[in-house]
Design a protein around this ligand. Sequence first.
Ligand SMILES: NC(=O)C1=CN([C@@H]2O[C@H](COP(=O)(O)OP(=O)(O)OC[C@H]3O[C@@H](n4cnc5c(N)ncnc54)[C@H](O)[C@@H]3O)[C@@H](O)[C@H]2O)C=CC1
Ligand SMILES: O=C(O)/C=C/C=C(\O)C(=O)O
Length: 485
Amino acid sequence: MKEFKNFIQGEFVATEKQFENRSPVDYSLIGMVHEAGREQVNAAVQAAKQALQGPWGQLTQAQRITLLNKVAERINERFEEFLTAECLDTGKPRHLAAHIDIPRGAANFKAFSETLANHPTESFRLDTPDTLGALNLGQRTPKGVIAVIAPWNLPLLLMTWKVGPALACGNTVVVKPSEETPATTTLLGEVMNECGVPAGVFNVVHGFGPDSAGAFLTEHPQVDAITFTGETRTGEIIMKAAACGLRNISLECGGKNPSLIFADADIEKAVEGTMRSAFVNCGQVCLGTERVYVQRPLFEKFLARMKEEVAKLKLGRPEDPQANFGPLVSLEHRDKVAHYYQLAQKEGAKVEIGGGIPDMGDPELNRGAWIEPTIWTGLPETARVIKEEIFGPCCHIAPFDTEEEVIALANATNYGLAAAIWTENTSRALRVAQRIEAGLVWVNSWFLRDLRTAFGGAKQSGIGREGGVHGLEFYTELKNICIKL
Ligand SMILES: NC(=O)C1=CN([C@@H]2O[C@H](COP(=O)(O)OP(=O)(O)OC[C@H]3O[C@@H](n4cnc5c(N)ncnc54)[C@H](O)[C@@H]3O)[C@@H](O)[C@H]2O)C=CC1
Ligand SMILES: O=C(O)/C=C/C=C(\O)C(=O)O
């Protein structure tokens, strides 16, 4: 039986209170997770605080970057272990995690280090009445102890996306991975020790949100800043916790992302991209498309091609080389998505394909969190299924006539994370992209990531930007030193 312990001050820490970690593939027991109480969370925060004053705080930026590059290399050396752990927790196909989750998990430690090493700080000369002037020098210092609250959909990728820059900037971290996916974060604790990252720099506390490790950590007065990825409503709770003591926050929350497909789009490219954006990772990507708008001349053909491609998706275990579609992360999440499937029909949707819980033809698999990839048409724009984030493998496809109309449709949401525009007309692409209310707009692509660019959402999709130099704003304190000459 596997055990997932907390990682505090460089040591694995057991607790009396434990909870089960179960596979979404067949509900088999993966292991027991040791839940951190207030005592362990406090110990982790204290360890992180002290580490700022210890050897970690004395390292030069170059030395920190060398250490973090070593962490990236060690993740790659232990690639198979990370891959197996991630697939056990999430049920996602091995080839998907091997292509995205684990390589990005390692790359996140390298990408930011390089940006940081090459980023200048500002300097201004100020005229003074005595004509001698003054020099202003910007200096960035670490913010302190960063709480990282991570989700379950891309567990290693999204956790290291925060831990990498936080450590590169000289901070220390306490990570609370999702209760659904404790494995790869725990494994990273071993890697930190193997690479010689000083004790207390990287800490892990396991548990849930309310009345558990998540709340204890975000409410802890010695946490200096909180970075979070997950649901918008959770983001609001964390924002309230951060208000006490005026701690800084970075929130990357939900989305209800549109795809805009114009009649002049390359239909095969648009189908391939929309298939990925709606169905990859079983639709559990915050950037994923749940609303597809297709210009009327292309509508029927596009819908037919999407249905053909959805019919080809093969559900199966992570290790099945033919399978390209896994289960949802948990039975609880499956219930939520299945509820939306029922609601769609009540709201008047035509189920074009899918729409239910599949019979996997195997009693073991039927215990898992499987759901059918689904396409709907015919819903009014006021439907809850069109308005609310489902976070499952489903999308609604609707026709539109004009550019003005589709821009209004795309923006008629409380969210503003991402959008994809498909057209061969570059002027139109730029014109429309500029008017979309979202943090990220892809043209003729989706999830094409350059880690130097700003990442984050508008409206209720989040606060702040991470990635490249933008992460510096959150992970460092910018001090101005004014020197009178
Ligand atoms: N990347 C994204 O944008 C994600 C969005 N979601 C959305 O959120 C929905 C619910 O999934 P959950 O896992 O419940 O998301 P969540 O937002 O509740 O959980 C994300 C993380 O926050 C922690 N958390 C929850 N409540 C907290 C609190 N009061 N204080 C501190 N930490 C807290 C959780 O333990 C987990 O580590 C999904 O159905 C989906 O719609 C979920 C995961 C990722
Ligand atoms: O590429 C990234 O950094 C992030 C991708 C996906 C998410 O943020 C998400 O699904 O939450």
